[in-house]
Design a protein around this ligand. Structure first.
Ligand code: AMP
Length: 306
């Protein structure tokens, strides 16, 4: 079952209280792919400029990332520079240089068009819609966005919501999109506009899945060392979609399991700078962390069992 991601491929320069990187491999599609590929092969569509260290990207091919949809075009690659606060709770974007990303028009290679699981990373909602025109019959489409599009292309974004299955955003985006500060009401607002499911990520506090009038919540994994929160949301999406693609099961119990795989991948992402941590993560490591979530959330009520 093909798993496709369309999104940014970036050179990130990140500064946290614990260190910094310069022009390191990043971008939403890259974080998604390195996490998702631990569970299931990932097909990537994106663009890089002529200055991109393509060999670094090519190393991902050994881990199950298919780069046939990555266009290499003359010009500067997309660069993003961010700085985190002392408690890692907030970040400031210091610089965004779109470069070749400004003219990105995703073209899905014929071999990727039959993908059954599609993740639309944070790009212009018009481009996200254009991807949906190119895929033939996906089983499940999930989509991310960001505050910039919520304000500048709200109408297109609302149109997109009518064509996707899962909106996956962080809490501040859910609040801005719905105009409601309460995330449960914000989730309900989204569910009234098309998607049957919404996932709201809450950083170290975990994530929730809302469907109908039901809510499932996964905590954040208790980590004593966090180095760089960049890309945690995209890694979460990679784990979530990777689990769905490898099982081919979109039932609600399996979506709940996918939330735990997502949370596991998000927790790996923050343990090192950039995508480094995923160089070592194995399927067994993921299972061990999923087991950790089980222990973290298990309790019983005397006389009632679990
Ligand atoms: P996250 O921490 O989940 O928000 O993802 C961070 C990643 O998003 C970084 O690797 C950036 O390269 C990428 N990114 C930052 N700004 C943008 C943007 N405007 N469009 C697309 N990707 C972006």
């Amino acid at each position: 079952m093909g798993l496709l991601v369309v999104g940014s491929i970036a050179l990130d320069s990140v500064s946290t209280p614990f260190g910094q990187t310069a022009d390191a491999l990043g971008g939403s599609a890259v974080y998604f792919a390195v996490a998702g590929a631990v569970l299931h092969p990932v097909q990537v569509v994106g663009v890089v400029g002529s200055d991109f260290p393509f060999a670094e990207l090519e190393r991902l091919a050994q881990r199950g990332v298919d780069l046939a949809g990555v266009a290499r075009v003359p010009g500067e690659s997309f660069r993003w520079k961010g700085k985190y606060s002392y408690d890692l709770q907030s970040r400031e974007t210091l610089e965004t240089r779109l470069g070749v990303f400004a003219d990105f028009h995703p073209t899905i290679p014929p071999a990727f068009r039959a993908a059954k699981f599609v993740f639309l990373g944070n790009i212009d909602p018009e481009l996200q819609l254009s991807v949906l025109d190119q895929v033939t019959a996906p089983t499940l489409v999930a989509c991310d966005t960001m505050n910039y599009w919520i304000h500048s292309k709200r109408d297109v974004l609302l149109e997109l919501l009518r064509h996707i299955d899962v909106l996956m955003v962080n809490d501040s985006e859910a609040r801005e999109l719905s105009g409601d500060w309460n995330i449960y009401r914000a989730a309900r607002w989204v569910l009234g506009r098309g998607p049957k499911r919404v996932v709201i990520k809450q950083g170290e506090h975990g994530a929730l899945l809302a469907a109908g009038d039901r809510v499932f919540k996964v905590p954040g994994y208790p980590l004593e060392e966090v180095f760089d929160p960049t890309g945690a949301g995209d890694a979460f999406a990679g784990g979530f979609m990777g689990h769905l693609a490898r099982t081919g099961d979109v039932s609600e119990p399996n979506l709940r399991r996918a939330m735990v795989y997502g949370a596991a991948m998000g927790s790996f992402a923050v343990e090192a700078f950039g995508v480094q941590r995923f160089e070592q993560v194995t399927a067994q490591d993921v299972e061990a962390r999923v087991q950790g979530f089980l222990q973290l959330t298990q309790f019983d009520v005397p006389g009632r069992g679990r």
